[in-house]
Design a protein around this ligand. Structure first.
Ligand SMILES: Cc1cc2nc3c(=O)[nH]c(=O)nc-3n(C[C@H](O)[C@H](O)[C@H](O)COP(=O)(O)OP(=O)(O)OC[C@H]3O[C@@H](n4cnc5c(N)ncnc54)[C@H](O)[C@@H]3O)c2cc1C
Length: 398
């Protein structure tokens, strides 16, 4: 690990080495900037990018609008013990306020960013064919249960048992292990001269006339500009600069079933329960659920049991007799409407890239392009005002 005692952190210092921060740092490095990437955790992708569902939802991505969440919530009430969400009474007012916060044209804004992300993800692969094997498959089956007779679809992978419902194939989606991809990008970042500081927490961020000053657990760092890609942690860093980000924590859970070699590759999405089932590496990742307001990263057994129930529903033969491993919980930093904040604040010295919620793996490459264009003072590919953090000058350029 590099040491955090040097004071000059280069042209840009990126806070947060999750998939979003790593993609930004590597994109900036490829464009010739001197970049330092800092994370409080001891490894890259140690937080929400660690064991997520692995789906690149370039075709199937949708917003989690207040209305959608409300209907999901109500359906869960009817389902009782089987419901896919949890909310503790103390957070209900905050959750309601957040869910009702308007974000006009959220769907359109999200789709534009998803399209850009698909292009930019392909660009990462085209620039570096060694990344190709990390995309483990293409196409996601969205499964919908209904009360009628068997629907189904020819072409469903053999382990999926679809007795009541239908399946829609999203050919434009892909899947791969987000953590492994982040590690691969970080390796390239370091090999190309980028500086990676792990186990270094940023305590405070100040804007000075000539750049930014960061107080960290490893000493003071100075850089020309800072990018804050630290998920929920961004609120504490940007609050003192007058930026109040309305991010809401929604914890999710995952577990992984070991799979024998010949198990086919496939990816499923149970839209109604907000759970994905993805063949990754030598396992089956089952991930999702919504724990509103929770951020303690504790893999609660009864939430994990709900994931197991979804796995048994769709893949009874595959998971029968198999014990899941690697229980995991982590918090999604949700922005209103599910559209992340990407834009400059604090007199243009700081760029914010947070609020990727349930889609950070999908949106990382496009977010990196927006941030790099912003810092490089190139014309934006998407209207910056559509992603501007609250309180920032609309569409502000550096
Ligand atoms: C159960 C689950 C399943 C999911 N499935 C999918 C999926 O299938 N497809 C998809 O696209 N998305 C999925 N997501 C969402 C996706 O995982 C997140 O949107 C994404 O990981 C967010 O990446 P990030 O880089 O913004 O945040 P993170 O990965 O959380 O990274 C932020 C980093 O900032 C660091 N940090 C915070 N504060 C500081 C500080 N003060 N100083 C230094 N470092 C700091 C943290 O240590 C952390 O490493 C899922 C999420 C969950 C919870």
């Amino acid at each position: 690990m590099d040491r955090a005692d040097a004071r000059d952190a280069g042209d840009v210092l990126v806070v947060g080495a999750g998939i979003v921060g790593v993609a930004i740092a590597e994109r900036l490095r490829r464009e010739g900037a001197r970049v330092t990437l800092v994370d409080a955790r001891p490894e890259v992708a140690g937080a929400t990018s660690h064991a997520n569902g692995g789906q690149l939802s370039f075709a199937s991505a949708g917003t989690w609008s207040g209305a959608e969440l409300a209907s999901f919530f109500l359906r869960g009430l009817l389902r009782g013990q089987e419901r896919s969400w949890r909310v503790s009474p103390g957070v209900v007012p905050g959750a309601l306020l957040w869910a009702c916060r308007p974000r006009p044209r959220a769907d359109e804004r999200l789709r534009a960013l998803v399209r850009l992300s698909a292009q930019e993800f392909a660009r990462f692969l085209a620039e570096d064919p060694g990344l190709h094997p990390l995309v483990e498959g293409y196409g996601v089956w969205a499964l919908r249960v209904h009360g009628g007779g068997g629907g189904g679809a020819a072409g469903l992978p053999a382990p999926v048992r679809l007795e009541r419902g239908e399946a829609v194939f999203h050919a434009g989606d892909a899947y791969g292990d987000c953590r492994r991809f982040a590690h691969a990008l970080a390796d390239r970042f370091r090999a190309g001269g980028g500086r990676l500081l792990l186990g270094v927490s940023v305590r405070a961020l100040d804007v000075e006339p000539s750049g930014v000053r960061l107080e960290t657990t490893g000493g003071v760092l100075r850089a020309g500009r800072a990018v804050v890609a630290s998920g929920l942690g961004a609120r504490g860093l940007l609050g003192p600069l007058g930026v109040r980000l309305p991010l809401f924590p929604v914890q999710g859970y995952s577990l992984t079933y070991p799979c024998p070699g010949p198990t086919p590759r496939f990816a499923l999405l149970d839209e109604e329960r907000k759970v994905v089932l993805t063949r990754l590496g030598d396992g089956l990742r089952v991930a999702g659920l919504l724990d509103f307001g929770c951020r303690d990263e504790r893999p609660r057994p009864w939430m994990l049991h709900r994931l197991e129930a979804v796995a048994r529903r769709w893949l009874p033969d595959l998971v029968a007799g198999s014990t899941p491993v690697d229980p995991w919980a982590c918090v999604r930093a949700m922005a209103p409407g599910g559209v992340p904040y990407l834009g400059s604040v604090a007199r243009g010295r700081v760029v914010c890239a947070v609020g990727h919620g349930h889609l950070g793996w999908t949106l990382a490459a496009g977010s990196a392009r927006i941030v790099s264009d912003l810092l490089g003072e190139r014309p934006p590919l998407l209207p910056l005002s559509d992603y501007a953090p609250p309180g920032s000058p609309r569409g502000a350029r550096l």
